[in-house]
Design a protein around this ligand. Structure first.
Ligand SMILES: [Zn+2]
Ligand SMILES: [Zn+2]
Length: 137
């Protein structure tokens, strides 16, 4: 089991089961949403994700049609995102985890939209866009 929380600690969640492949997304939307060079996230089955506190503080911003970025309305932490077309999967912002998922990042997505001031220095595979099974975000 993994646990996580937002910056103010009022939103807390638990993940029972495995998380999917961890990736870095450099797309413009993720850069803006995180306020940094890229987001690090992983897909999780919705039914293995439980909000254990702060459900009323979860706000959602629809950054593109059907794509909802959920964050804490008190502290602003981005916590997860999901797509209306894929309601059974959410994508956790890994910075909110309070435990080690064990797995490590496997790729960079949307390198075509990478911040010019950030240089990728690892050897992970790089993709100009998203990957078909795991769209941006
Ligand atoms: Zn918060
Ligand atoms: Zn992205």
């Amino acid at each position: 089991m993994l646990t996580g929380s937002c910056l103010c600690g009022q939103i807390r969640f638990r993940i029972d089961g495995e998380i999917g492949s961890i990736s870095f997304c450099h797309c413009r939307s993720c850069r803006k949403a995180q306020g940094t060079a890229f987001v690090t996230n992983a897909p999780v089955a919705r039914n293995s994700f439980t909000l254990t506190a702060g459900e009323s503080l979860v706000a959602a911003y629809e950054s593109s049609p059907g794509k909802l970025r959920c964050f804490c309305r008190n502290c602003g932490s981005p916590v997860y995102s999901w797509r209306r077309e894929m309601p059974d999967v959410i994508r956790i912002r890994l910075g909110t985890l309070d435990s080690d998922p064990g797995a490590r990042p496997v790729l960079h997505a949307w390198v075509s939209e990478k911040a010019p001031w950030f240089e990728i220095t690892d050897e992970l595979p790089r993709f100009e866009g998203g990957l078909p099974p795991e769209p941006r975000g």
